[in-house]
Design a binder for this molecule. Structure first.
Ligand code: F3S
Length: 397
């Protein structure tokens, strides 16, 4: 990979220890993936925040770094709600370690909103065509597929390195030739709400690391596409998808006189029937002792829908609703409306990265991603429900 003279100096330690370590990571990645150069990025979203996942080795590594990030950077969910951790049963010891992790990131100049939906907090982080270094897989899918920005699925260390350098190696999804659809998926029947998560749960397992282009009978909202992309990133490793007729479109074919999207890499055409989507709701039937909403973190629109569904109802089975602290602070009316039912709005964390969820046996989720991850990462069974099903289960209907 070609380096500028300034980048060469950074690699030899002329610009300090943190810059040197960051450059070492980026150069190693660039060499592995045959990148031609480092390219400037607009923002980073950094995973490796929950103390549950990174432990003491991760905390030590981050604490040893000094310097300041060069681009706007934001954190992935942590292992606890930074305000309500006691109420959720987090130990003093875990809380102290988790705060130490967040403060170490803060010393580097990173925003301490901990969320997988940074695009719901600010539009300053990513626009169409921007190069990014984001790490949480659903955020990556949203950035690539809905915003039309360009990011690889970064690991926590490589996103942090990109933040410190302000650049990332130019390979993978940064390049047009790697953004061409590889599998065409036609979906029979109209979808709504959690159906998109169920579709993603099926489609991700089929597409694996490919790039699906969907032909749908219904028009998904951005929240629906968030759910679809998140589930495909969990049941497979999909980082980019397209929906026919919706922006952003695939790159234009270089041989098309009419600027048609490039379909030259599509090697498979499949159809998913509505019945297959309905069957995802019937997997792992179990009696939920916890209902969780907000994987990925709830948008204000999703909170408003849940507030309306919970109006004048009382929750009798625990229900946790995950969103970012920024959304909680900006929408106290929505939070109060939801919590008047007895449900809890939990921020900065989620059902997968907090250790607390490990004490439950069966979780009802409204997310295809959580359906895939909860059994693997929390040791609990998971059952999918629509938002309405989740409310019914929570109020004991
Ligand atoms: Fe976000 Fe946690 Fe789901 S990070 S996408 S809420 S697993």
């Amino acid at each position: 990979m070609h380096l500028t003279s300034s980048e060469e100096l950074a690699l030899t330690g002329e610009h300090g220890y943190a810059m040197q370590k960051a450059m070492e990571i980026l150069v190693a990645l660039g060499d592995i993936y045959d990148a031609d150069q480092l390219i400037p990025i607009r923002s980073t979203q950094i995973a490796g925040v929950s103390y549950k996942n990174i432990g003491d080795p991760g905390l030590e590594w981050i604490s040893d770094l000094n310097g300041t990030v060069k681009v706007q950077s934001i954190l992935n969910p942590a292992g606890m709600d930074r305000v309500r951790w006691r109420e959720l049963g987090i130990s003093e010891e875990f809380a102290a370690k988790q705060e130490a992790v967040i403060q170490a990131y803060e010393r580097l100049g990173i925003s301490t909103w901990c969320t997988c939906t940074p695009y719901d907090i600010t539009s300053d982080l990513a626009s169409f065509g921007d190069h990014l270094a984001w790490s949480e897989s659903s955020a990556v899918a949203y950035a690539n597929s809905v915003i039309g920005a360009r990011t690889n699925r970064e690991g926590g260390p490589s996103a942090l390195a990109a933040a410190i350098v302000g650049k990332t190696p130019n390979y993978g999804y940064h390049l047009d030739e790697n953004r061409i659809p590889t599998i065409a998926i036609r979906v029979e029947g109209r979808l709504s709400g959690a159906d998109y998560g169920a579709l993603g749960y099926i489609a991700g397992a089929i597409a694996k690391s490919g790039i699906p282009i969907f032909s749908l009978e219904s028009t998904p909202s951005n929240d629906d596409r968030k759910a679809l992309g998140a589930a495909m990133a969990a049941s497979g490793a999909v980082a980019l998808h397209y929906v026919e007729g919706m922006p952003p479109a695939p790159p234009v074919s270089p041989t098309s006189p009419t600027s048609q999207p490039d379909a030259s890499n599509i090697s498979e055409h499949i159809t998913i029937k509505h019945r297959e989507i309905e069957e995802v709701y019937l997997k792992n039937q179990c009696e939920p002792d916890l209902i969780t909403i907000g994987c990925p973190h709830c948008s204000p629109r999703e909170l408003a829908k849940l507030r309306d569904l919970l109006r004048d109802k009382t929750v009798t089975t625990e229900m946790w609703v995950f969103t970012s602290g920024a959304i909680r602070d900006r929408h106290p009316d929505l939070v109060a409306g939801i919590e008047s039912s007895g449900a809890k709005v939990v921020c900065d964390t989620c059902m997968v990265v907090t250790p607390v969820c490990e004490r439950y046996r069966c979780m009802m989720v409204a997310s295809g991603k959580a359906l895939a991850y909860v059994p693997q990462m929390c040791g609990a069974d998971a059952v999918l429900g629509s938002l309405e099903d989740c409310v019914d289960a929570a109020v004991g209907k």
